[in-house]
Structure formats: structure tokens, C-alpha cells
Design a protein around this ligand. Structure first.
Ligand SMILES: [Fe+2]
Ligand SMILES: [Fe+2]
Length: 239
């Protein structure tokens, strides 16, 4: 019997049809760090009817989505390149831009909105952790994944198995997800107050966009790249 949509994990559902991520974003279902949960369970946690959500997914499949790239059809070398060129480049650019904006908005408006102090602190923590995270992926993990794909036997790796850096990267993904979640709470779901200036509005908009990109980025790593790299390493170890 084939698996029904509600039995599949949310990560698997987005891997098969990237446009489904739109439905999960809209419903607040975590498909990246929480991607290993079956749809039925993810719905239960959110008090949603799994059959209604499955119906929305089928509709998203029909509509498709040209803007979503199909990461599952790439080989691992292509996928590493895609992640670096799009998500990593985006993160570096936006972290710098939002660093300036969070500092400015805190300075001018924290008297009226004291939560801006914590927002700035959480942002700086995220920036520091993500900056070193991207470097670890680009200098250690991704080069080894490319090597795995090009080898006929298991290459030497100073971290031992690929599972070691992957475990660490997943912890850091959870931390980044939590930081974005906290910033979402501190800004009332990225909604600027009525009195907000354009810079405050740009801050909410920029953070919201960063959350969307980060979800997609973590999904491509946790649910596609990492499991496939582990499988590949296992296969080479046996050969
Ligand atoms: Fe990454
Ligand atoms: Fe990552």
C-alpha cells in the first residue's frame, strides 16, 4: 500500500514538491528543524485537521510553483553549490543590512518599545552563530560531501564520520530557528506598530523574509543534503 500524505513526514512532503512549503509557512508548521515528524502528528500539535491540510497540499501541487527550486533532483555537489550561492550569500548580505537596521531602530525607538533591546540582543547572537556556522559548512562539511560524491572508497576525514559535523549543524539550525521564533514573538509576528517609521517597517519585513529563507535553507540541508551524505558515506564504507 502506498503511504498517504498524512503518514509522510513534513520534510519528505516538501522534498517531493517544494511548492508545498508555502502551505506549511502559512499554517506555521515547521518543515525544516521539525521535518522528521509525520504530517498527522505535526497537525495534531497545531490543532489542525490533517485531511484539510492534505487537501491544501494537493491544491499547491496542482498550482505548482516555478519559483521553488527542486533541490531533490540535484546531485550533492550541485546542491552544496546552490546552498552557498543562494542561501549563504543571502544570509551574509541580510545579516549585515539588518545589523545596521536593528541598531538604528533600537537607538531611536526603544524608549517607546522596550522589546527592541531584547530584539537587538537576540539578533546579534544569531548573527554571530550563523556567521561561524556558514564558515564551518563551507570549509569543513561541504568540501567533504563533494569528496564523498567523487570517491570510490570512503575518504579520510578529520572529523571521523560525516555524522559528527551533521549533528553539530543540526543543533545550530535549532538555535537559529529559536532565535527567529523569539524575534517573531518580540515583533508581534513581524507586525510593525501603527506609529512605526519606514526603518522599523523595513526591519519587520527583513526579519520575516529571513525567516522564510532560513526555513527553506535548513530544509535543504536537514531533509535532503544530510541524509543523502550519510547514506553515501555508509555505502562507501561498505565497498
Ligand atoms: Fe547552510
Ligand atoms: Fe546549515
Amino acid at each position: 500500500m502506498t503511504e498517504t500524505l498524512t503518514e509522510k513526514t513534513v520534510g519528505q512532503l516538501v522534498t517531493e514538491q517544494p511548492a508545498r512549503s508555502r502551505v506549511f509557512e502559512e499554517l506555521g508548521i515547521d518543515y525544516c528543524c521539525g521535518g522528521k515528524k509525520p504530517l498527522a502528528e505535526a497537525c495534531r500539535r497545531k490543532d489542525l485537521d490533517p485531511e484539510e491540510v492534505a487537501e491544501k497540499l494537493r491544491k499547491a501541487d496542482e498550482e505548482g510553483g516555478a519559483e521553488h527550486i527542486d533541490a531533490a533532483s540535484m546531485d550533492l555537489t550541485e546542491l552544496c553549490g546552490h546552498i552557498e550561492e543562494t542561501h549563504h550569500a543571502y544570509m551574509r548580505r541580510e545579516l549585515q543590512r539588518l545589523d545596521d537596521i536593528t541598531a538604528k531602530v533600537e537607538k531611536v525607538h526603544a524608549d517607546k518599545e522596550p522589546r527592541l533591546h531584547e530584539l537587538r540582543k537576540v539578533f546579534l547572537g544569531l548573527k554571530e552563530e550563523i556567521t561561524s556556522h556558514l564558515m564551518k559548512e563551507e570549509k569543513i562539511l561541504f568540501p567533504y560531501v563533494r569528496q564523498l560524491e567523487a570517491s570510490e572508497s570512503q575518504p579520510q576525514f578529520h572529523c571521523g564520520s560525516v555524522q559528527n559535523p551533521i549533528r553539530q549543524m543540526e543543533v545550530e539550525h535549532d538555535n537559529a530557528g529559536e532565535a527567529l521564533q523569539r524575534m517573531r514573538e518580540l515583533t508581534d509576528d513581524f507586525t510593525p506598530p501603527d506609529w512605526a517609521c519606514n526603518t522599523f517597517r523595513a526591519l519587520c519585513d527583513g526579519l520575516h523574509d529571513m525567516e522564510r529563507d532560513l526555513h527553506q535553507h535548513i530544509h535543504e540541508e536537514n531533509n535532503i543534503l544530510f541524509p543523502r551524505a550519510m547514506e553515501m558515506e555508509e555505502r562507501l564504507a561498505k565497498s
